[in-house]
Design a protein around this ligand. Structure first.
Ligand code: ADE
Length: 225
């Protein structure tokens, strides 16, 4: 399968690079399975201050991302790859889930541009550039950078070859619906009096599989302290 490429348009490329160059994301790049390009929106800003935002017509608080820098940034990327699809992280979008990650990991589009808004909002005309509006959940974040990292991470770890030959990606949480995975243990078998369940030490693979199935439960809701 052709490698997947994510181009992330952001005002904070320096905040994203360390994460993209760590762990599984680094491995995926190293193995030629994924490529991450960071585009600094400021490079497309207007005037000597490279301004990217302005006040809203009709009044109101805050600043909005202007069209010109965003259009220029996306057009410069699409000039090289017209087939790239644009994702906008927004709380008003479709909710991202494991199936979304699988669709991107295995789908025919191999280049996604993620546009990270980072102010109170953006000029609505920017929407004409967007193919997919994605929400990470019903809460409001300061910008699109964390949603971008979450989306990229959840896709990249599903690429064949990234998790290193094991079937971890398949058996891990959510792969078979909404179940969370079973409890797991490593050495020592007794840690401060907390014992590893006997069944896991038995070597009986059938019974272990049955136990794991029983232990796979649904995630509990977060309860406040
Ligand atoms: N931007 C701000 N909040 C967001 C969210 N919950 N999901 C995606 N993008 C966002």
């Amino acid at each position: 399968m052709q490698k997947i490429k994510f181009t992330i348009i952001t005002l904070f490329p320096e905040a994203l690079r360390p994460y993209l160059d760590s762990s599984m994301m680094w491995k995926a790049q190293d193995r030629g399975l994924a490529e991450f390009e960071l585009v600094n929106l400021r490079d497309f800003g207007i005037g000597p201050h490279r301004s990217v935002d302005d006040t809203p017509y009709g009044g109101g608080d805050g600043m909005l991302l202007r069209c010109e820098p965003v259009f220029a940034a996306i057009e410069s990327i699409k000039a090289k790859d017209p087939a790239a699809e644009v994702i906008l992280p927004t709380p008003a979008g479709r909710t991202w889930n494991q199936k979304s990650a699988q669709t991107l990991a295995t789908g025919s589009c191999r280049h996604f541009i993620i546009l990270c808004p980072h102010y109170e909002g953006y000029d609505q005309r920017i929407m004409s550039l967007v193919d997919h509006r994605i929400s990470l959940g019903h809460y409001v974040l300061t910008g699109g950078e964390l949603p971008a990292l979450i989306m990229v991470d959840s896709v990249v770890r599903l690429l064949p070859g990234v998790l290193g030959g094991e079937s971890s990606a398949e058996i891990e949480s959510f792969s078979h619906g909404d179940n969370i995975e079973y409890p797991q243990y490593t050495k020592p078998a007794d840690f401060r009096g907390m014992q590893v369940p006997e069944i896991l030490l038995s070597g009986h693979h059938g019974k272990i599989a049955e136990w794991r199935e029983q232990q796979s439960g649904n995630a509990e809701d977060f309860e406040s302290c």
